[in-house]
Design a protein around this ligand. Structure first.
Ligand SMILES: C[S@@+](CC[C@H](N)C(=O)[O-])C[C@H]1O[C@@H](n2cnc3c(N)ncnc32)[C@H](O)[C@@H]1O
Length: 287
């Protein structure tokens, strides 16, 4: 597993579960567009007032770093950090991209941009597949923002619900196996629903959160979810297969693993109107 360590933190780059190449960058950009649409094109919730310095951690292609820069045109410094090199697509004069591990950058005397109490806002989205120490990460985020600064985290809750928000995955062995396998390497596949609690436990105040339906297919009457619904059917199903192969299949015999893959296909083929996973935005202010 590609991993980095710093001051007790452990993170894996997304290459642990996902590839990191041009098609993956296109997928991430499409996913970002679909998530923004799902949030009615108002993807930022923290009530920022004239932020000067903004940091996005795990910026991937940098699409949301550029979005943050556009949303806050008076910000002087908008920085996106990622373990991998950020592609050219979203580079413009207003954003700076730094390749590195946030946990190491904060300790690096040659990177004064990442001093404690130096950002008005820290934002991150979808570190679910790479972050293995959420409480450590949130403590680090708190250290980086100024008193009065905001942290906003947006993450997946990889639980399947029906239209009435009843869980439909409780008998799905492959789903349990993915959660258990991910947990073994420290990943929390349902971290989205824990964010609000983690922020409060870390001492943030004015903590709020918002739940969104990450749709699979159509949700009639909710056109804002059309794109994510379409995206999920095309792109999330292969990711579920990939995740199963990576974290669950290694603990099984070849026959059991094949059975697991078959059941995934069966369950996914009967995904019905209204099926969704959770997506949470949670934000809080450093006192
Ligand atoms: C699944 S991608 C999501 C990218 C982007 N936030 C998005 O929503 O499209 C997660 C990204 O977090 C980055 N990442 C994970 N741990 C990190 C760390 N400790 N420091 C910097 N980047 C990190 C990975 O390299 C990966 O590009």
């Amino acid at each position: 597993m590609a991993s980095t360590q710093g001051r007790g933190f452990h993170t894996t780059d997304s290459a642990y579960l996902l590839p990191n190449d041009a098609p993956e960058h296109e997928r991430l950009d499409l996913q970002s567009r679909a998530l923004n649409r799902m949030m009615h094109d108002q993807p930022f919730h923290a009530p920022l007032v004239h932020p000067e310095r903004i940091l996005e951690v795990g910026c991937g292609t940098g699409v949301m770093t550029a979005y943050l820069a556009a949303a806050y045109p008076n910000a002087k410094d908008v920085i996106g950090v990622d373990l991998s090199e950020v592609p050219q697509t979203h580079r413009n004069g207003r954003v700076t991209f730094v390749q590195g591990d946030i946990f190491k950058l904060v300790q690096d005397p040659d990177s004064p941009a990442f001093a404690p109490n130096s950002f008005d806002h820290l934002y991150s989205r979808l570190l679910t597949c790479g972050m293995t120490d959420w409480r450590g990460y949130i403590a680090q985020a708190k250290e980086l923002v100024k008193p009065g600064g905001w942290v906003e985290l947006q993450e997946l809750e990889a639980i399947f619900y029906d239209h009435d928000r009843q869980r439909i995955d409780e008998d799905w062995t492959w789903h349990k196996d993915i959660f258990a396998g991910a947990r073994k390497v420290g990943l929390e596949m349902d971290v989205g629903r824990k964010l609000e609690g983690y922020l409060k436990d870390a001492g943030f105040v004015d903590v709020e959160s918002r739940f969104y339906r990450w749709m699979y297919g159509k949700w009639p009457g909710h056109p804002e979810t059309d794109l994510i619904g379409e995206y999920s059917l095309k792109h999330c199903l292969p990711i579920i297969d990939l995740t199963y192969d990576k974290v669950a299949a290694p603990n099984k015999t070849a026959d059991e693993a094949e059975m697991g893959r078959q059941t995934i296909r069966e369950h996914m083929s009967i995904i019905e109107r209204g099926t969704h996973q959770g997506f949470h935005a949670a934000w809080g202010r450093k006192p």
